[in-house]
Write a protein that binds this ligand. Structure first.
Ligand SMILES: C[S@@+](CC[C@H](N)C(=O)[O-])C[C@H]1O[C@@H](n2cnc3c(N)ncnc32)[C@H](O)[C@@H]1O
Length: 205
C-alpha cells in the first residue's frame, strides 16, 4: 500500500508500515527524527498528488484539545481553533479510502463528530496512560495487543487507582515545563504505532 503519515516527525508510524513492506512516507513541517522517506513541508502539498491508499494523520492538538481550549477566552482568540478544525475537516475529507486521524480529547468530538475509538498506550504494551482518540474511515478499530499493568496507588479517599510511569500518584502528567514538552507528549507511543502498521497494514482489509 501507499501510506501517507501526515504530521509525523518521529517516523514511528511510517516505519511500522515500512517494516511490513509498504511504501510509507511521513510528512511534517519539521524534519524527520529518524531516517526514512519524509516530506518536510505542508501535507496539503502532497495530499492530492499521489495515489495514496491510506492516510494516518496526527494534526497538532494545541488549538483543539480540552486542556488548551481555555486559552481561547484568555486572549488567544478563537481563530486558531477554527483554522485547526478546518485542517481536520480537510484531512478527513481527503480522497483516500482508508483514513485514521488521531488527537487527544477536545473539540473535534463536539464540532465535527465523536471519535470512533479511544485507545490507551497501556493497552498496547507501553507503561503510559494517555487517552488517544481515533477518527476512522475505511479502517477497523485498533485491537489492543498486550496490557501493561500500572502501579496501584491508594488515594486519600481510601480508593485504589491504577497509575502508569508517565503519571504522578494523583494522575497528573509527570513532565515539567520545558521547551520540548509538547514534542515529548505528542510522540506516538511505539506499541500503538506498531499496532497501526500490523493491523491497518493488512492489504486484505
Ligand atoms: C502533535 S504533533 C504529532 C507528532 C506525531 N505523533 C509524531 O510522533 O511525530 C503534530 C505535528 O503536526 C505538524 N504539522 C502541523 N501542521 C502541518 C501541516 N500543515 N503539514 C504537515 N505537518 C504539520 C507539526 O509540525 C507537528 O510536528
Amino acid at each position: 500500500m501507499n501510506v501517507l503519515v501526515a504530521c509525523e516527525y518521529s517516523g514511528r508510524v511510517r516505519d511500522a508500515f515500512a517494516r511490513r513492506g509498504h511504501y510509507a512516507v511521513s510528512c511534517d513541517l519539521l524534519p524527520s527524527e529518524a531516517p526514512g522517506m519524509h516530506y518536510q513541508g505542508d501535507v496539503r502539498d502532497i495530499l492530492y498528488t499521489y495515489p495514496w491508499d491510506a492516510l494516518i494523520a496526527f494534526p497538532s492538538c494545541q488549538f483543539l484539545c480540552s486542556s488548551g481550549l481555555h486559552w481561547n477566552d484568555r486572549g488567544r482568540g478563537h481563530e486558531g481553533t477554527e483554522d485547526a478544525l478546518a485542517f481536520v475537516r480537510l484531512l478527513l475529507a481527503a480522497p483516500i479510502k482508508k483514513i485514521a486521524l488521531e488527537n487527544p480529547k477536545g473539540c473535534i468530538s463536539t464540532r465535527i463528530r465523536p471519535p470512533d475509538q479511544v485507545v490507551q498506550p497501556y493497552d498496547f504494551g507501553d507503561d503510559a496512560s494517555k487517552a488517544t482518540c481515533l477518527w476512522l474511515k475505511g479502517l477497523p478499530l485498533l485491537v489492543p495487543t498486550s496490557r501493561c499493568h500500572g502501579r496501584m496507588v491508594l488515594q486519600p479517599n481510601g480508593k485504589t487507582v491504577e497509575r502508569w510511569a508517565n503519571q504522578t500518584d494523583s494522575g497528573q502528567n509527570k513532565l515539567g515545563p520545558s521547551a520540548d514538552r509538547w514534542k515529548l507528549r505528542s510522540t506516538t507511543y511505539l506499541g500503538i504505532a506498531d499496532a497501526m502498521g500490523a493491523q491497518w497494514g493488512n492489504p486484505f482489509l
